[in-house]
Design a protein around this ligand. Structure first.
Ligand code: 5GP
Length: 190
């Protein structure tokens, strides 16, 4: 099978529920792995360094970019987010399916590097639902919520560039739909 088919990129606006869907996908299909990104944003309550993200200072993040350790990165709401090379290369070489949950600019850069990576965009059922999820999470300041909502509207326009678009109505169904799509793309290449 084409190795790049092991690389799955999932994007969706903040509040689309993509992280919850991916978490569920991992529970249902533990053979699939998720890449742990690096970021300069503040750690949120309940998050763990090395599990949700690797939390870095801007200086350290920039050093890693210079050292060629970051496969792709983007600035999102004034913070850097990036995929360490070490999270991807070995896994796809070894036939392990790895998911990157990243924003739209980074997803476009991955597609340039790995044209056969499978890209999936997760949409919320509606804009109202997205705002409700973002507020309900209780982790963001009002300023951050406003920025994320504005960014969400911009991001939604990128959906057309993805191989597939799924709507996150219910977490379980959305997780299974994504699993089905991964299978479909991987089988096509056999
Ligand atoms: P959050 O602050 O809500 O955890 O993440 C903000 C955005 O950054 C989300 O859209 C998330 O998917 C994206 N993101 C997380 N890790 C990466 C990464 O490694 N690269 C890129 N380009 N975006 C990322």
């Amino acid at each position: 099978m084409n190795k790049e088919r092991h690389l799955i990129v999932i994007s969706g606006p903040s509040g689309s529920g993509k992280d919850t869907v991916v978490k569920r996908l991992m529970e249902l299909h533990p053979e699939i792995e998720v890449s742990v990104s690096a970021t300069t944003r503040e750690i949120r309550p309940g998050e763990k360094d090395g599990v949700n993200y690797v939390y870095l200072t801007r200086e350290e993040f920039e050093r890693r970019i210079q050292a060629g350790e970051i496969l792709e990165y983007a600035e999102y709401c004034e913070n850097y987010y990036g995929t360490p090379k070490s999270e991807v290369d070995k896994r796809i070489e070894n036939g392990i399916t790895v998911i990157l949950v990243i924003e739209v600019i980074g997803a476009g850069n991955i597609k340039k590097l790995y044209p056969d990576a499978v890209t999936i965009f997760v949409r919320p059922p509606s804009y109202g639902e997205l705002e409700e999820r973002l507020r309900g999470r209780g982790t963001e300041t009002e300023e951050s919520i406003k920025k994320r909502l504005a960014r969400a509207v911009e991001e939604m326009e990128y959906a057309v560039d993805y191989n597939e678009v799924v709507i996150n109505d219910t977490v379980d169904e959305c997780a299974e739909e994504i699993y089905g799509l991964i299978q479909k793309y991987q089988q096509e290449e056999e």
